[in-house]
Ligand binder design. Structure first.
Ligand code: FMN
Length: 165
């Protein structure tokens, strides 16, 4: 079983979160690569793909959108899940948040099996006009690694079961 976890990130928190998903897959014996969306040129032998994209201004990261568009056809023949990194509060750990419309489109395009929104992270010293304003209100790390790992383990169990079945 080979899996690919791709990330689309501006400030690195989604990249790190993709690494947590990769770690959970590897612990379940899945051969996994973690890559930036734009680094991927083909899906080759990969049977499962997770696309992790940051949310900015209500949109899924453009590289995540582009990845799903570019590989729509091969993705439909694989097991695919999507996730978003975003809310700068504890809402994503307290409840399952609805996907933004970009993600709904990507779910349809890739025929992905599911999607999850995880909390985001923003440093207090974030640069950029808008980012510094957002940081003044809500800087912090709202990602819950245990939640991300539990989701990834569930995916890994599904992959292993389908490979055996
Ligand atoms: C300017 C700006 C706009 C943002 N807009 C959203 C948003 O619309 N929805 C959301 O859930 N999070 C939003 N966030 C929070 C980011 O999604 C969060 O910081 C995320 O962890 C960033 O991922 P990255 O570090 O991989 O770039 C925003 C953050 C900034 C700085």
């Amino acid at each position: 079983m080979q899996a690919l976890v791709v990330h689309a990130s501006d400030r690195g928190s989604t990249t790190e979160l993709a690494g947590w998903i990769g770690d959970a897959f590897a612990e379940r014996g899945i051969e996994v690569e973690v890559r930036a969306c734009e680094q991927v040129t083909e899906l080759a032998e990969v049977q499962a793909v997770v696309v992790a994209g940051a949310l900015y201004l209500g949109r899924w990261h453009p590289e995540a959108r582009r990845f799903v568009k570019r590989f729509a056809e091969p993705l439909r023949r694989r097991m695919v899940w999507l996730c978003s990194t975003g809310p700068l509060d504890h809402s994503a750990t307290q409840q399952e948040l609805p996907a933004v419309s970009d993600v709904t489109r990507a779910l349809q395009r890739s025929r992905a099996r599911g999607h999850r929104t995880f909390g985001g992270k923003l440093d207090a010293d974030a640069t950029g006009l808008l980012a510094s304003q957002v940081a003044a209100q809500s800087a912090g790390d709202y990602r819950d690694r245990a939640q991300v790992t539990a989701w990834a383990q569930h995916l890994a169990d599904t992959l292993v079961a389908e490979a055996q079945g």
